[in-house]
Write a protein that binds this ligand. Structure first.
Ligand code: G6P
Length: 458
């Protein structure tokens, strides 16, 4: 069995003394796939992402069961930043809006050629590594051409592809140049089986195929809604480093004037346009404006970890998140109360500490494949949290009944939902949280993976 993805389970950093330091990769894709573990006998093919990774490949350093491809830096930058993150991510999350609209020019064509080269490098490595008749699970929008290319090289393989993002509706997908849109669909249809996180994204893919390439043909299409890894999270969330972070976070949050612990509204995201962090902050500001009774009694704990900072729109967005958080603190803060506690330095243990302290989890993406945070916070929260959830997150299909659901663009509705979430009686909150946890853990990563493998090889 082989797995292929852009980001692998580890990434390396060159230290000042020249040594290499390994770090766990982040994001929903890596969290889901990490459940396979090195003992499953799988080979995970991924790309070198930075100089540290390229150095590790050169020195022959690596983890068991992982093969990192030394793709030239410029080819990777074009494929990853240019096509995958600036075009395909924007299309599937429907993020293009004036004045941020795509321009398909000569530079785009150069990047597209790199994307093809990058996909070919994966297809060739997989063709070389795979035993006869092996199963290959290709991941995400970075590698849409791999199934078709690999099928041509190795017709004996069972090829699957899984999308961790939403899929764009046909009218939106069609904004890609016709030949590119067609190449992507045909590339994916080279697989025996395609997987999506929700029925909604699977249907959108089929509608794109119907509109552009005469239907999905014989490729099978399945839905696998990745769930939270409750055992791992609960164990990890009670280790000493998380306890330490909790104590520090409690200090930062402080106590209300009546001496009781302040309520917390928690969010944890990559600083990502689709996560809608700014509107979340504006909704919190609206809550403070409309409900003075919450002032001094609630804190918005917002962790927004830098992501894709090579791209100017992401850097600008990160700056905007900071500005809006500061403005709220200036406007409403007092000597004893900081309304927003914002952290931007990635720290998994601190995220878990925030999960444990959460009274309310705020998950309001404008569009999201699944959103694992929506599933993780209820599982980890010490007291059982309420969930304010966007109807545009894939998780809505599974958690919608017990969450307080919002239109992510509607700041007033989101503010009302925050108020409602904070006002739930303890009994009601506990009941809802229990049902959220049941739904969130229905398909843990290990089963999510083995189900797909079984469906592909049966
Ligand atoms: C999230 C998305 C995945 C994507 C990953 C990549 O987890 O859900 O679809 O593959 O981000 O993030 P990266 O940091 O590698 O660009």
């Amino acid at each position: 069995m082989l797995v292929a993805s852009n980001r692998g389970p580890v990434s390396y950093e060159v230290r000042e003394d020249g040594s290499l330091h390994a770090r766990r990769g982040g994001g929903g894709l890596v969290s889901g796939l990490s459940a396979i573990g090195p003992d499953a006998g799988a080979l995970w093919v991924c790309s070198a992402l930075n100089d540290g990774d390229r150095e590790a490949v050169r020195r022959g350093i690596g983890e068991r069961g992982v093969r990192m491809l030394d793709i030239p830096a410029d080819v990777h930058a074009d494929a990853y930043n240019g096509i995958a993150n600036s075009v395909l991510w924007f299309v599937h999350h429907m993020l293009y809006q004036t004045p941020l609209e795509p321009v398909f020019d000569a530079e785009f064509r150069r990047q597209w050629a790199s994307y093809e080269r990058y996909n070919r490098a994966f297809a060739e490595a997989l063709a070389q590594e795979a035993a006869p008749g092996a199963a290959v699970l290709v991941q995400d929008y970075h590698l849409t051409l791999v199934p078709g290319m690999l099928r041509a090289l190795r017709p004996d393989l069972r090829i699957g592809h899984f999308s961790h993002t939403p899929w764009a509706p046909a009218d939106y997908f069609r904004l890609l140049p016709g030949d590119v849109a067609e190449q992507i669909l045909r590339g994916m249809l080279g697989a025996d089986r395609l997987g999506f996180l929700t029925r909604r994204w699977a249907d959108a893919f089929v509608s794109c195929c119907d509109a552009l390439v005469g239907g999905p043909g014989s490729t099978e299409i399945g839905v696998h809604g990745l769930g939270a890894d409750a055992d791992f999270l609960r164990r990890r969330a009670h280790e000493p480093d998380v306890d330490e972070r909790m104590a520090a976070l409690r200090e930062e949050i402080g106590t209300a004037p009546d001496g009781r612990a302040r309520r917390t509204i928690v969010r944890v995201d990559r600083t990502e346009l689709s996560k809608n962090i700014v509107r979340g902050l504006l909704a919190y500001r609206q809550l403070l404006a409309d409900h003075p009774e919450w002032r001094e009694r609630v804190v918005h704990v917002a962790f927004a970890y830098p992501s894709r900072q090579d791209l100017a729109v992401y850097r600008d967005y990160t700056a905007e998140v900071r500005r809006v958080a500061e403005r709220i603190n200036e406007e409403y803060g007092t000597d004893t109360w900081r309304p927003v506690v914002l952290h931007v330095k990635d720290d998994f243990a601190r995220s878990l500490a925030a999960y444990r302290l959460a009274d309310v989890a705020l998950v309001n993406p404008v569009r999201d494949g699944m959103n694992l945070v929506a599933k993780e916070v209820p599982v980890v929260s010490d007291e059982g949290c309420a969930l304010v959830l966007s109807r545009e997150a894939g998780a809505y299909e599974e958690l919608g009944e017990d969450a307080l659901c919002v239109n992510p663009y509607d700041v007033l509705e989101t503010a009302r939902a925050l108020h409602e979430a904070l006002s739930l009686s303890p009994g009601e909150r506990a009941e809802r949280c229990k049902r959220l946890v049941a739904a969130a853990t229905a398909l843990p990563p290990a089963r999510w993976f083995t189900d797909q493998l079984a469906a592909l090889t049966s």
